[in-house]
Design a protein. Sequence first.
Length: 188
Amino acid sequence: MQQIGLVLTLLALVATPVSGADLSGSAQASGKPVQYAVVWLDAPQAPPLVKEAPVTIDQRNLAFSPHVLVIRVGTMVAFPNSDHVFHNVFSFKDGKKFDLGMYPTGTAKPVVFDKPGLSRIFCNIHPNMAAYVMAVDTPYYAMSNEQGGFTLPNVPPGTYTYHAWRPGGETLTGSITIGSTKTLDVKW
């Protein structure tokens, strides 16, 4: 009888989710806040992606909006054309490679970002249009706001490798232990 009680107690402990801490921080370059910095933690034991509704990068006024997007690997991104002209969205270098071809206003085309990495997004017709999609293979990621602040919610205790990227900057990598530390300041 005691063994059954012990087994049930151990099962309850294993089945109880580990609550995590919010990891907050700031991103700076040359001492100034950086908006649109992407910060993520490697987490090989993280739960798999639960399919979500598609995310959107709109095309309006000959610009992509948002300019920078961070998503989990496996996420579908819709590219609607809200302009009054044709667009041809593509990415040819790193990350997800695709070419959606020309399409008119009022239509949208989807892309599933099925591998990690940075995709530089352009329009073949309008060379001034550019955006970035960073696909990460972890649920622990965030993008900095206007003040350079960011928060990665509910990160379980442990030691992680972190990465930080910003438009026009190199990717930084380091190590952080969640539990003793709950802040991360990234500086280029």
